[in-house]
Design a protein. Structure first.
Lengths: 89, 452
């Protein structure tokens, strides 16, 4: 089972560190990261494996959400199924 | 494979374009709750609903978190209550209304539908008692929805029922005049009602359905409109293609959520209703899609053609995305629930007659239309008969949800708030159809061949 974490907002020091830190805390393995900074806007998409997650997926979502609020970023954590079903025939 | 563009597109749809699952609706059969003692029947009804739908809201919230997609409403639809009334002719049907409300409160759902009767060919035991009790039932409950089917393509239109429903709509408005006439906003009069509709106020659980199942109603006018803004100079067939692709994506999401809900709740998956259901929020309007196609304002000449294309394209995209499409499936045009429709009606561009024409080519019918408070029951009946005739002849579902604004006249506005929005009082014809309505009887079923 995999999930997608997207982070969009103003670039600051340590975003990747903090997001991946939370992943590690929940035993969620980061599989792939694409990241770009356009002028001062930061956009990152992270594909993570949640098979061995050590808590409820909802807890991870909540934690990422509060990190987003703290840093003034928009962070979405969603199960990959929604993207697969919407964009493939 | 996942790519960044698709991921960001999904997030943009949800965040900026109001993409949501409008409802997950659990259909529950109450046939096994029938009892000659109405109090016992009510207890069985309450227990059955709570045992099936007790964790519907929690499951809905879990899916919202998993997929990051809002599920706006969690609802329940039940077997038409008139069938339960048939077994206890001496009981007051309002007891069932109260039991349903109590069950809705316990489950924490937004609406419960099925205070209904199917009388398209005639009245059987229980039907008349239920219909007569509708104004009181909608007055003493908050989340209960009611519907009555008065016609069908196969059986014609029951004009006796049409006559009564005009009175019921008016009485329902009068009883709730102190609450912005909310009563008739929860009452739909159908022709060709469907048995698996997840949308309120017309949802009920048909007798041909399984004991318990889960339906999903998707929404997304904002997404369709946003997709169209990217093609300002495209031809209409190119636009139809864009709508199809967008409808496909929206429906796939509905299919995913429905399958997951069915798995978590342990009940069969019913249908995805791929309707474009607007909300009063700016940017979530069906009227604005039509305007994006090139109409200066919804309701002007050309509106029916644009809506016909939109409705058809939504269906074509949707059926490709799910093999269990059902319900009403199409574009809804509820006036008070759609920011663009409200503006067009207030400006006098969108008239009742144009709305009637629009209902011939789209899903459902004259929906959430506010009419002057001094409208006669006969005029309401005549509007119902007109709309039912369109449904009957065209073999499609049509419905009427009129709200007589007691104490208000043309030019004033009725405010409901929330998803129901607000509506300007729309003008109606002054001449009386009373003689026609008083005749009663039945309009015979129409020809299905020699169609011209």
């Amino acid at each position: 089972m995999r999930a997608v974490v997207t982070v969009i907002g103003k670039d600051t020091v340590g975003i990747l560190h903090k997001v991946s830190g939370i992943c590690a805390e929940y035993n969620v393995n980061v599989i792939e990261v694409t990241q770009s900074v356009l002028q001062d806007m930061f956009a990152m998409i992270m594909l993570v494996d949640i098979t061995a997650i050590n808590a409820d997926f909802a807890k991870l979502v909540e934690r990422m959400d509060s990190l987003g609020k703290e840093l003034g970023l928009s962070i979405h954590t969603m199960h990959e199924d929604i993207f697969n079903s919407m964009h493939t025939v | 494979m996942l790519n960044a563009y698709n991921i960001l597109e999904t997030i943009r749809m949800i965040q900026d374009e109001y993409l949501d699952i409008r409802t997950i609706t659990m259909g529950i059969s109450l046939l096994d709750c029938i009892d000659t003692d109405i109090d016992k029947a009510c207890e069985k009804v309450y227990n059955k609903i709570v045992s099936r739908a007790g964790n519907l809201v929690a499951v809905g919230q879990q899916i919202e978190t998993e997929y990051g997609i809002p599920i706006v409403n969690k609802r329940i639809s039940v077997t038409p209550v008139a069938m339960l009334c048939a077994a206890c002719p001496d009981g007051d049907p309002v007891k069932f209304a109260k039991a349903l409300q109590r069950a809705a409160d316990t489950c924490g759902v937004n609406f419960i539908g099925g205070y209904s009767a199917l009388v398209h060919k005639g009245f059987s035991a229980g039907d008349m008692a239920l219909i007569r009790s509708i104004p009181e039932a909608l007055d003493v409950t908050q989340n209960l929805c009611s519907s009555v089917n008065i016609g069908s393509t196969k059986s014609g239109i029951n004009m006796d029922a049409v006559k009564i429903m005009g009175q019921i709509v008016k009485q329902s408005a009068e009883r709730t005049a102190d609450r912005d006439c909310i009563g008739p906003a929860k009452l739909v009069v159908f022709c060709n009602a469907v048995e698996d509709n997840p949308f309120m106020a017309g949802a009920f659980h048909g007798v041909g359905e399984p004991d318990c199942e889960i339906h999903v109603g998707v929404s997304g006018p904002g997404v369709v409109r946003a997709a169209l803004t990217k093609y300002p100079d495209a031809t209409i067939d190119e636009i139809a293609d864009v709508i199809k692709k967008t409808a496909f994506k929206i429906t796939r999401m509905g299919q995913l959520v429905g399958a997951r809900a069915s798995e978590l709740l342990g009940v069969p998956f019913g249908i995805v209703d791929l309707s474009l259901a607007p909300t009063p929020a700016v940017g979530d309007s069906v009227a604005h899609i039509l305007e994006e196609m090139g109409l200066e304002m919804c309701g002007t000449h050309g509106t029916t053609a644009c809506l016909a294309m939109l409705n058809d394209a939504v269906k074509k995209g949707g059926v490709m995305a799910s093999s269990t499409v059902g319900g009403l499936s199409g574009a809804f045009i509820p006036v008070s629930e759609d920011a663009g429709m409200i503006d067009a009606a207030t400006a006098g561009v969108l008239s009742l007659e144009k709305l009637e024409a629009m209902t011939a080519v789209c899903s459902v019918g004259l929906d959430m239309i506010v009419v002057p408070g001094d409208i006669t029951p006969e005029t309401i009946s005549a509007i119902i008969a007109d709309e039912a005739a369109i449904g009957m002849v065209n073999s499609k579902t049509t419905a009427v949800r009129l709200i007589p604004a007691i104490g208000k006249k043309e030019g004033e506005t009725l405010e409901f708030g929330g998803l129901l929005g607000s509506g300007p009082v729309m003008p109606i014809r002054e001449k009386s159809p009373a003689k026609f309505i008083d005749r009663g009887g039945r309009i015979p079923a129409p020809m299905q061949s020699l169609k011209n």
